[in-house]
Design a protein around this ligand. Sequence first.
Ligand code: CU
Length: 659
Amino acid sequence: MNKNNNKRLRGILLGAGFVALAAFLFTGCPSEQRMLDSGDAAQKVYVAPGDHDEFYGFFSGGYSGQLSVWGLPSARMLKVIPVFSQDPETAYGYSEETKPLFNTSYGFIPWDDSHHPHISQTDGNADGRWIFINANNTPRIARIDLETFQTKEILELPNTGGNHASSYVTSNTEYVIGATRFSIPYEKDLDVPIDSYSDEFRGSLSFIEVDQETGMMEVDFQIVVPPYNYDLGRAGKGISSDWVFFTTYNTEEAHTMLEVNASRNDKDFIAAVNWKKAAELVRDGHGKTMDAEYYHNHYNGKKQGYAVSEVKNEVTVLDTREIDENFIYYLPTPKSPHGVDVDPTGEYIVGGGKLATVIPVHSFSNMLEAIENDDIDDYIDGIPVLNYDATIAGEVENPGLGPLHTEFDGKGYAYTSVYISSEIVKWSLETFEVVDRIDSYYSIGHLMITGGDTVDPDAQYMVGLTKTAKDRYLPTGPKQNHPAQLYDISGDKMELLLDFPTIGEPHYAQSIKADKIVDQIAKIYEMEENDHPDALLRMTENRVERRGNDVHIYMGATRSHFRPDNIEGVKLGDDVYVHLTNMEQEWDVVHGIAIKGSQSTELLVPPGQTKTIKWTPTRTGIYPFYCTAFCSALHQEMQGYIRVSGPDSNVELTWSTNE
Ligand SMILES: [Cu+2]
């Protein structure tokens, strides 16, 4: 049915330079559309009304800047967690509590491009404490707690031009790692000609320490590296858990027309970093302190209240050109590698080369042996380049065109997404031979196996995150939403179960078995624990206070009224702060407030929480406000008025609720 379309699309996607190669690759490997008999597939994804899914799936939003939560296998969308973009639905980024989360050294940035979520780990297994996700554009990392599904913290990264190789955790969440996508002038605000690239530009790899109690992040150190593009990363596991790996491309050090100029070298690198050793070098005083400016925005611990912004002014860096000891090695890897993925045992480090004709598989033990034997071809800025043949365990031949990302089932097989030929190939970690392949619709980027990137994948389902939907759904104008595809990987053959459209550009995803976290999830914000400085702890304390030109309204909401609901004495020129506390202590009973003419958004307040909106009236008159959440049968009656008078008016500040 769609096979011909897929072929046509494939034809379009193949650039002229790839055609000959493609012809070679596709001869003898016709990939077949394979879907379970639709009755079987429907049964495998069917979750009856009222029943719960087996897995939580967390999909990054790409250019939406958010993280969406899906039930798998049903593919029911459960929630969108706002992270790097303002969200009118929840007032995230509009409320006074959350606005500081968007502060950066470039000012208030209400959008970003969120790419790679990663669940915190203990002993290499997803532990469900937090999920981290990167902002690619204005480099940042966010932490979301998986008790309230709320973004708690956003940390900016200095010396970073595009935080793409992020945010991956080490096996015990000691560090979240990141790396600059674009090399940039390393000294702060250095104004230099772009063609001084090789002299003035540098790359940086970031190691962000995570406080095990609170989850709070702190840039521990950065490593200054040659001016290449650093694309993706992964931490080691098991035997390799003291190491992290990053892919590079543009070892040509091009700064223009990278499409051509960064594709000349036959091999680029995977950078293997012994983070334990690097951290030791920092502790022993081998780092240097550099000026920097970056923001650390966070709520204090688990509590409510206003997020605060701290400005940091320096960062510790290790420069490979200045340190004699080796703590980073380059593994030559063909050709413009994109993904780097470590298998559940920690032994295999798999590169995915956008332009490579094979999938190179490095062996961690071979790598250690090569280091031991000084099997070194070259040094670049003090970084030993290990011999390719010495570290490589095998090459997967005939992997399709444009292999990108690999995940593992823990049963000896790897699954690699292949962008240009739009397919997924399954191959053996024993023989390095392809054993199965299946079409993806269309142009797959990342893929995710349930429990993926852990030492113990659940390996029941695989999700393909594809880039174009074309004819898969009813048309919605020139742009279709990006789709995901769900595959059954429990048997020998991959089987397509389901297609579903997603939000934004789901770039990478993570999943965790629901029963691992379901008991920790909060049902309400406990009123007794509400430490918000502007909370209304008892309804009787509702009030309005004037402080100069600021008017603070302390308002409570309960089914089906606000207190107070009649306010007079606000004047033009005042800034009005509405602090709304939802007094309910019952799961999922939400209230909201919207004020006519308010310049931002509504507030939506979950039970037991306090949120604040700032409003500057622009005209005199009567301003109605109402509850935006359908909270009860008398929801429509949940309303009130604010009277705004002229700047010189002598209307007294009063508030009331029929008293
Ligand atoms: Cu209401």
